[in-house]
Design a binder for this molecule. Structure first.
Ligand code: UDX
Ligand code: ADP
Length: 472
């Protein structure tokens, strides 16, 4: 264990990875700790350029309140750079906040996380760090990844050719921020979790958070508990969504209403009201990936029943998305070939431009397979992102599939459409002028509300047929 007295005071932090997690997290640390210089580095030059853009509406991550925090700190003690080696060399603490997507090939494909970026960044830290460095895992990682990072760093520990010495402490400090509320979650977290063996390094990292988080909300655990807690928190949240979505399907088959059921069960303080909103299934970069990691880990340890249990949460989620696409086709007389369908919302949830694992991707892909002509409107997602997610450019047809076009507003999207599908709960979709919209659509016209945000009496009053998730 390192002697606390040997650890340098924290003057400088480097964060490797200027993504959805690294950017906002470091912005808030810089804001709350003006005496610490924070440098966020990334290999992606255009991403760094966007973080440095004088027009704050062009930051690469859209988060309410982020622009204000960046405006306060950037150039003062918050820096965005591609000079990875330099930033590591000058840092007392290095956060690893690189991407860890699910592997698409090789051992563990489809379930295990691809750790190549974590390994590469750990090797860079091993090569470039000077003196004692606290290395903090920020990305969501499979349990025991810290051992890999530690092994890489251990190999570099000791005397350096320039007569200095280098040493490392590895900590796990998972991020629990949710997109769309990242700044709020960072400024007022339910808890900060720090896992590690080096108690003094834990206290050094805790001292950063103590600048604005009450000490009793800073939880200290061992490394593995910290890594596993992150996966477990996301697995539990995702499980609630699959559970309520399964009940939504029962509601639709009966006379029950899922909103009423959610309210009834959520009033039980043991269950609580949050994460009981039925919808088109969970998306986002974490839930599916983390559960699949848990499944992979369980299988690795021979816990087949545990693996199958968690796997069913993901299976129900994809079933829900296919189910929605299927029921759209069924209601539209069994075919959507050549029919225009307005898709409102493409992001995986409101208040973000992120589309990773968005339910809209699977639902739109199924409808394209059925030959539909989609007019997609999302207030924050760019056309290029939609094209990349759907694997086909706007206006393109692949193997007799349907096609899609971007729409620049709701009215353009619904013009001439047989149906409107609401797939993201953007605030503007709760107050749509249904009478005006109905006039623009081809009759009989349908509204498919997968987010329970439509004013149902207004839509029905405008002569539209309405399906709303979980309503019998
Ligand atoms: C999640 C965790 O909440 C966060 O703690 C972790 O750090 C990262 O993963 P995020 O993916 O940003 O955050 O979004 P979240 O608000 O959790 O929503 C995830 C998905 O679940 C979204 O697609 C959302 O629409 C869906 N959802 C959420 C529901 O369908 N119903 C609900 O009741 C809540
Ligand atoms: P997250 O949602 O976890 O923040 P993102 O994919 O948004 O993930 O961001 C991760 C970032 O990490 C990307 O911008 C990527 O370019 C960057 N990155 C990955 N590996 C390295 C590396 N070795 N050095 C610097 N940046 C890296």
């Amino acid at each position: 264990m390192t002697e606390f007295s040997l650890l340098p005071p924290i003057r400088s932090i480097c964060c490797i990875g200027a993504g959805y997690v690294g950017g906002p997290t470091m912005a808030v640390i810089a804001d709350r700790c003006p005496e610490i210089q924070v440098t966020v580095v990334d290999l992606n030059q255009s991403r760094i350029d966007a973080w440095n853009d004088s027009d704050l509406s062009r930051l690469p991550v859209y988060e309410p309140g982020l622009d204000v925090v960046v405006a306060r700190c950037r150039g003062r003690n918050l820096h965005f750079s591609t000079q990875v080696e330099l930033a590591i060399a000058g840092a007392d603490v290095v956060f690893l906040s690189v991407n860890t997507p699910t592997k698409t090939r090789g051992v563990g494909a489809g379930q295990a996380s691809d750790l190549r970026w974590i390994e590469a960044s750990a090797r860079q830290v091993a090569a470039c760090a000077k003196g004692h460095t606290i290395v903090v895992e920020k990305s969501t990682l499979p349990v025991r990844t810290a051992a890999t990072v530690q092994a890489i760093l251990d190999a570099a520990q000791g005397e350096t050719p320039d007569g200095g010495a280098k040493s490392f402490s590895v900590l796990s400090n998972p991020e629990f921020l949710a997109e769309g509320t990242a700044i709020q979650d960072l400024e007022n977290p339910d808890r900060v979790l720090i896992g590690g063996d080096d108690l003094q390094a834990i206290e050094v990292l805790a001292s950063i958070y103590q600048q604005w988080v009450p000490n009793d909300r800073i939880l200290r655990t061992n490394l593995w508990s910290s890594e596993l807690s992150k996966l477990t928190a996301n697995a539990f949240l995702a499980q609630r969504i699959s559970s309520i979505n399964s009940i939504a399907a029962i509601c639709e088959a009966t006379e029950a209403n899922v909103q009423e059921v959610s309210r009834a069960i959520g009033s039980d303080t043991r269950i609580g009201p949050k994460f009981l909103q039925a919808g088109p299934g969970f998306g986002g970069s974490c839930f599916q990936k983390d559960i699949l990691n848990l499944v992979y880990l369980s299988r690795h340890y021979g816990l087949e029943e545990v693996a199958a249990y968690w796997e069913s949460v993901v299976q129900l989620n994809s079933w829900q998305q296919h189910r929605i696409a299927r029921l759209v086709v069924n209601r539209l007389f069994g075919t959507v070939t050549g029919k225009r369908l307005a898709i409102l919302g493409f992001a995986f949830k409101a208040d973000t431009n992120d589309t990773r694992e968005a339910p809209a991707i699977r639902i739109c892909s199924d409808l394209l397979d059925e030959g539909a002509a989609l007019a997609i409107y999302d207030p924050k997602v760019h056309k290029a992102q939609i094209a990349s997610d759907l694997g086909q450019s706007a206006g393109e047809t692949i193997n007799e599939s349907g096609s899609w076009m971007p729409a620049s507003n709701v009215f353009e999207s619904v013009s001439g459409a047989d149906a409107v599908l609401i797939l993201t709960e953007w605030a503007e979709f709760s107050a749509l002028p249904w009478a005006q919209i109905a006039v623009l659509m081809r009759k009989p016209a349908w509204v498919f509300d997968a987010r329970s945000c439509v004013d149902l009496p207004a839509a029905r009053g405008a002569g539209l047929n309405v399906w709303s998730i979980g309503q019998g």
